[in-house]
Each structure stands twice: as C-alpha cells, then as structure tokens.
Design a protein around this ligand. Sequence first.
Ligand code: DON
Length: 313
Amino acid sequence: MNSAPPLDKDHITALLEKAHSTYATNTTGANADYIPYLAKVPSQLFGIAVAFPDGSVLETGDTDYEFAIESISKVFNLALAIEQVGPEQLRQKVGADATGLPFNSVMALALHDEKPLSPLVNAGAMSTVSLIKAKDAEDRWQQVLDIQSRFAGRSISLSEEVNQSEQTTNFHNRGIAWILYSANSLYCDPMEACDVYTRGCSTLVTARDLALMGATLANGGVHPLTKEQVVSPQNVPRILSEMVMEGLYTASGDWLYSVGLPGKSGVGGGILAVAPGKLAISVFSPPLDKAGNSVRGQLVAEYICRELGLSIF
Ligand code: DON
C-alpha cells in the first residue's frame, strides 16, 4: 500500500527549507582537489531545487550559483548517443552494468576485457562520446554542448577556467582513452574523445538548471518549459537504469537503498535524483565523500525522498 502524501508544493517548500537548515551545519567531506578549480569553490555554498513536469521549480539556498557540471554531463552524453546509435549498440559497445569500482578505475577495465561496462564512469563516458556521429571534434563538442542546453532549457556555456584546469591535469583520463582505443572500445580518435568529454564536464550549471534537466527525464524526455522532446520516451528508462546502476559509482547501492531513485553525481558538488513522472531534486554542495559524491547532496535527497515517499520500490 502506498501511504505517500500527495506532492503538495507548500509542503515541499517547507521540506527544502528544513533540509537546508538541518544539513548546512554538516561540514563532513572535502572539495575535490585533483582538479585545481574545484578545490577553490567555496565549500559552504549550498542550494537545493526541485522541478516538476509542469515547469514549476521550488528552490532554497545558493540555487543561482554556477558550478561545474562534471560527471553529471555523462547522463546527457548518454542521451545523445543512445538516440543516435540505439540502445542495443550502446549496450554492446559501451555496456549496461555497474563496475563496482571507482569512477576513474583502470582496474575495472582490466577485469572486463577493457570494456567500460557503464556510460557513467569516465571510461564509458569517453566511449559514449566517441559514438556520437560527428564530422570533426568541433561538431562533436557542439552536439555535447547543445544536448546540455536542450535538457536545461537555456543556453549552457563552457567555463574556460574549468576547462583549462581539467585539460591540463587529465592525464589519467588520457591514459584510459588510449587503453580503450587499444581494445577497440573507443570509436573515434582517443584524444578527441577525451578532449570533448572533458569540455562536457567543464560547463557551468545552477542547481535550478540541474533540477530542470532532471525534470526532463522525469517527464518522459520532454522539457517541462520548452516542451521540446529532448530524448525519446523509450530511451528514458534506459538512461534512468544506467543512473540506478552506476550514478553514484561505488555508493550507487547505498544511494538506492536509502533514496530509491535514479541519481547522478559530479565532483563539482552537484547531485541529481529523478522521480519518474513526479519531479527531480538537485542539490549543490561541494564537499564530497570518498566515492566522489556530495555529502550534503546525499543527505538532502534521502531526507526529501523519505518524507515524500518517492522511492520507486
Ligand atoms: O573526468 C573526471 O575525473 C572529471 N571531469 C569528472 C569526474 C566526476 O565528476 C566524478 N563524479 N563524481
């Protein structure tokens, strides 16, 4: 029996404020420091937004602060590639399974014949980017940027500063790209795939943008405000299932156990949860746990989902 209360927006606004005041005092975790830009973002920034299929957005805290999207971009790369090559090609060439290892793991490749398994880890994201049908690197990048903008319902931009910080430190990802290429798991020039993937991580979004991006998935692929069908309805469950399996990396099981929704995190401090047909929750708070997920983001998502009975199980 579903005893979940109806989704009353005044009630949800009160929950967001309660969550914000409760978890603002939690200073656990630390900013990502392997990308120099991220280490300097003020750790106390904290925003929560909820977007609905009707286009309304409820928000509290620092929801207008633009932060680096980082790994959350993997979801939108996946949406673009799956539309172009279809779900079976995507599964065969990239994979649809959890790695059980960190997001940048080389061991995960070694254990699985150099197949990425998931489009939501670094290896799989570069493999996914390489599947996008493009005439050159610039075309590939413009498509990656365009899909983020269509999901957000506004024009998303690259941060030159974030990109510079990433491109001058992404040696590990470059190594992964070459390993993939050597095993026929990367389908364009490896440095082009790494470069475009990295640029895709270096765009700026707000918590409000992220909530609307998630609400597009919650709304069967139709953006709640622009009404554009950004991704086909039949591909939405595939994207959400990848998020269930690997959205929070090695913490994906814990997240599912406590939140019960498809989710995705980024080392910029963003986190997204999608309740199909109902709403999307986004949180921005830079301090991360050891798996690379926003500490406050996970706490807020768990609290709101529990209070609203949003688990899909
Ligand atoms: O490739 C990287 O390492 C970063 N640009 C993104 C990693 C990331 O966001 C992992 N997420 N929690």
